[in-house]
Design a protein around this ligand. Sequence first.
Ligand code: PEP
Length: 249
Amino acid sequence: MRTKIVAGNWKMNKNLQETKELLAELSAKLPDTDADVIVAPTFVNLQAAKTALQDSTIQVAAQNMHFAENGAYTGEISADMLLSLGVDVVILGHSERRSYFGEDDALLAKKVKTAIEKDMKIIFCFGEELEDRKSGNHFALVESQLKNALFDLEANAWNKIVLAYEPVWAIGTGETASPEQAQEMHAFIRKTIADAYNSSIAEGVSILYGGSVKPANAAEIFSKPDVDGGLIGGASLVATDFTDIIKAI
Ligand code: PEP
């Protein structure tokens, strides 16, 4: 049985006070669930989040990290810095990191390697742009993103990987992939992993859908057999919306 996950990517939102308020509201409203619930506040509020959630089942993730152990990388954050705060989950490969900060598959492969060496859990994001979908190139593109960043991993690294399929055209746009489009791609991803590794790894990996998931559409998306939860952007910033999405899983 795969782990169900609802993760909230807060992006560059919420100052310290707002972070504490949202976490307090979230903790108070958190429904009973079998799913893992994860929030990813901005780096500077990770420590406050860990403190606020010390008695909670809600996990804390970072939105990014550098591949290097340490050194002259001004403005960057290392795995050890995260681990020293008790943060052992990291989102890598988000489309905003890819498009605004030039993160490509080769760089992401290095980050993935470091995170695995550090025994961190990775939420690995990938997905096609609108042109790829319009031209029918979306399956090939997704396959290449997975292959280039993940398929050099040893089989036993896969128990640390969570995949988040996020079609770029559906992120923050209000446009959602239909539940059928999400299922079709998630099934393709699972088959691609089965071909590259084996069916037990493919069947064991949780694949989240991300892209304008809201309380109104979450249940239908989550009802699909290969969709194991969601990576939520905008709706994770509102406690009632995020908890309603958790209830939908
Ligand atoms: C995201 O950025 O990962 C995301 C899914 O955003 P939104 O839910 O706002 O589309």
